[in-house]
Design a protein around this ligand. Sequence first.
Ligand code: NDP
Length: 447
Amino acid sequence: MDKSQKRMDQNKKLYYTDHPIVRNLSVIIIIILTPLTAILFWYTNHYLNGSLTGLFQFFIDEGFFNGIYKIWAPVFWGSKTAWTILSIYAAIELLLMKILPGKTVYGPKTPNGYIPVYKNNGFLAFITTLLLFWLFGFQLKLFNPSIIYDHFGEILGALNIFSLLFCLLLYFKGLYRPSTPDSGTSGNPLFDYYWGTDLYPHILGINVKHFTNARFGMMGWSILIIAYAAKQHELYGISDSMIVSVVLQIIYCAIFFYYESGYFKTMDIQEDRAGYYIVWGVMVWIPAVYTLTAHYLVQHPVQLGAGLSAILIIVALIGFYSKTNMNRQRFNVRANNGDYRIWGHRAKIINAEYTDKNGEKHSSILLVDGWWGISRHFHYVGEILGALCWSLPALFTNFMPYFYVFYLTILLFHRAKRDDVKCRLKYGKYWEEYCKAVPYKVIPGIY
Ligand code: NDP
């Protein structure tokens, strides 16, 4: 059994049951339910006033399968407009990724010795994308920005078909033409399709996950919400609730791109192979679900008033600050080899050791101070707080605008558990020592 195979088995044990029937069934259910949810949410927001009760009534009237057919069939394959929008968008983002200047940065060495290389031009690409959208959409009026809202169902259909096929291509590529040694099969084709076969696939010199996760998914998020704001403006004039929600999300995305090189060190990139879970997730789930609040707000132009708007913005900024600063504390303490001051004193650390898959010993630093001394994943609190603040402008008529924050909370609490298992396996007694000093995973005193 090669190293990547062992690693993959370890991952499977961490996240999934070992029972083949249960594992296969879970994967099948996820692959069926997630595209369906994405399409149903779009339809509910677009045609049913964002009301899930309305959707329920629709299924009672139409019958479940007939209802799904009626909703999905017209947008299943996308449309000429949708494919054109997506092709232009993808081509621009690929071009920006290639031509914009940026320092060369390196990702963490993989268990098989591969060191990923990136061009750190994410923030420049983000600013350029927004400027191009503003210039050609709002100034030169080459296209109407709200076209994205009008055709979003078809866009989702096209994205879904493309991503499903793309994941199939990645599956075979990882098996027969892997880009790096960190590839392999679990022996279960279904699970391989879902989880991926290659950790760092490259196609025509392009780092696939860098493109799909950051430059396509996260970049698309900001474009979509601006297009939704444009649509609301066209229909009713712009509401302050839309402004608050969109501005907070744009700040969130800007922070992501500003620290894009940090993203290369996260689980999405280091742990998750390029399969359905991550690639379909960033290409379809992010556009469909992460943008739900702004999508909902298009037809619900609520006015919040200056006071409430200011409170939401301030609380969200505190959340963003805490999570960003927590990430920086970890980065800086490691970059300075532990010789680093946090909150007025020398940072308390654990000098940890671990053995990699090749049997080589390494050292690392676990921070037991600052935000990392409050809980082991306190940045998730800031993340959830920010998302709550950009959802609250929708007020409380429907659940739909809160779906994202609800989903995010589950995702991050599950992720905290995943990361804990990963770190326990990696650091052993040093991780136990950290857990003794900082006993809670996310919320001190609760979890
Ligand atoms: P984290 O930033 O939480 O990193 C976890 C890693 O940090 C661990 O695997 C370990 O890696 C290292 N680490 C753990 N404890 C310590 C410590 N005490 N001191 C120093 N290093 C430590 O990873 P995530 O990928 O979960 O999150 C990255 C960011 O992305 C977060 O801000 C999160 O909120 C956000 N996020 C957003 C999501 C969304 O959908 N909106 C989804 C997921 C994340 P090592 O092996 O290097 O020691």
